[in-house]
Design a protein around this ligand. Structure first.
Ligand SMILES: [Cu+2]
Length: 478
């Protein structure tokens, strides 16, 4: 009898919280853009009591020089809120996925099994890969089917990630939990004296926000407003945990931050304390960049070094002004010296005037989401290019009325930002990028080189915009 009563009491508490959620949702959608997203106050969650989830880091099994992995796309249950099980998706587990530890130039073989009751694909975001393995075209894996994918990543060490990319199901499957990381290392990154002990001084930090329904589920649907503004708000979480803590050594701590949200831009800071950005989407930067705030749009990554010696015993990583992760110092000592230089990134040549320029205007209107006023058509190529050529792409956010940011993502390439609104981009945007954020009215020029084969897509990484048509495709001719 007592037990039953207790059960009712818990349900009662949850219901209150979820009602709160709805109040917040209405508030945030009414105010529009994701940049000012308000998150739940987490009154149902004991803050900073749960440790940060550390996904297993897999080195695979080397057979005949090929590093092989098994990746099972599964359904699961996850306790976002204490005492409530939410139905989720995950790779090899109930939520998110493992970290695949890969080496540049090495043959990688991944055996994917789909244990969902709907089709899925796996896209290797940031990987310079051709159509046959990119996980977009003809890539559907039906329920209970397997697919074997083999590729070589011949690109600098970087923190990449993988997520589903099936037509019209990308947003819902990512939202339900499918996202894993790739730690790509090379000879340069292995020699650098930076934190690299996984779970000790080197941590994956996947930031997301998700709304739970009144019965605590992640049921995915989009209102008309969410098609315009993206699905944003609800509970802020790091690696699938609301308000976790992590123990860090006294010294340098490396955080590999991934914006894994569907539609929310995150401003990340340490309440005014300085930190250093050492990596962007496609690799390490030339030199560590001193910063007090890092902004990441959906799909973007940023690696940062935090010197915990300068922090209190307990301090916080803030996301959009909210304490998101408690950094708790343990008794271990860490590295103390930040290297002056990291990697050599070729300079973007000054003589770009003979390159062809293409223009892409991303626009959200009440009628829908388009690039160059055209919604995505899977049966139509928007243009074709010759393999090996370089072009300048001028990408514009034309959604002036809507004031929406659009993170522009290109598959199968790492590009460089040449100009942001007519100026040299900030230092932390001068490295390798596969996703570039455009605020309303922004005009960004990127330098892109085509080295892959087949049909490649580009799209807004607000997943609701992508699925509504803010995507295009082109053919790279051999
Ligand atoms: Cu967009």
């Amino acid at each position: 009898m007592k037990k039953i009563l207790l059960g009712i009491a818990i349900v009662g508490t949850l219901a209150t919280v979820y009602n709160n959620t709805f109040a917040k949702m209405d508030h945030s959608s009414g105010h529009g853009h994701s940049h000012n997203t308000s998150f739940n106050q987490n009154s149902s969650v004991k803050e900073f009591q749960k440790p940060l989830l550390l996904p297993p880091i897999l080195k695979g099994e080397v057979k005949n020089g090929v590093r092989t992995f098994d990746l099972n796309v599964t359904k699961g249950k996850w306790e976002f809120i204490d005492g409530n099980l939410t139905e989720t998706y995950g790779y090899n587990g109930p939520i998110l996925g493992p970290v695949l530890s890969l080496k540049k130039g090495e043959k990688t073989n991944i055996n994917i099994t789909n244990n969902l009751s709907e089709e899925t694909t796996v896209h290797w975001h940031g990987g310079i890969l051709s159509q046959d393995v990119d996980g977009v075209h003809n890539a559907d894996i039906q329920p209970d089917q397997s697919k074997n994918v083999e590729f070589i990543l011949n690109q600098p060490a970087a923190t990449l990630w993988f997520h589903p990319h099936p037509m019209h199901k990308t947003a819902s499957q990512v939202y339900k939990g499918l996202a894993g990381l790739i730690y790509l290392e090379d000879e340069v990154s292995e020699k650098l004296n930076i934190p690299k002990t996984y779970g000790v001084d080197d941590f994956p930090i996947v930031i997301q926000d998700k709304k739970l329904t009144t019965d605590g589920q992640l049921t995915y649907s989009t209102t008309h407003m969410e098609k315009i503004h993206g699905k944003s708000g609800g509970y802020l979480m790091i690696n699938g945990i609301i308000s976790p803590f992590v123990e860090v050594p006294n010294g340098l701590v490396r955080l590999r931050v991934v914006n894994g949200s569907n539609a929310t831009n995150y401003d990340i800071d340490l309440n005014g304390e300085q930190f250093y950005q050492i990596g962007s989407d496609g690799g390490l930067l030339n030199t560590p960049i001193s910063m007090k705030k890092l902004t990441l749009a959906p799909g973007e990554r940023g690696e940062i070094l935090v010197n915990s010696k300068k922090l209190n015993q307990k301090s916080y990583l803030y996301v959009n002004g909210k304490e998101a992760l408690e950094l708790r110092k343990n008794k271990k000592s860490g590295l103390t010296t930040i290297p002056k230089t990291l990697v050599e990134i070729p300079e973007v040549t000054k003589n770009l005037s003979n390159l062809k320029t293409r223009t892409f205007t991303l626009k959200t209107t009440s009628k829908g989401n388009t690039i160059n006023n055209t919604p995505y058509n899977m049966d139509k190529l928007n243009f074709d290019v010759q393999k090996g050529t370089q072009e300048i792409w001028e990408v514009k956010n034309g959604s002036k009325m809507m004031d929406m940011p659009h993170p522009f993502h290109v598959h199968g390439a790492q590009f460089r930002i040449i100009e942001r609104n007519g100026k040299i981009p900030p230092l932390n945007e001068q490295g390798w990028k596969d996703t570039v954020n455009l605020n309303a009215g922004d005009d960004v020029k990127i330098l892109i080189t085509y080295t892959t084969d087949g049909i490649t897509v580009y799209h807004c990484h607000i997943l609701e915009h992508e699925e509504d048509g803010m995507m295009g495709q082109f053919q790279i001719n051999n």
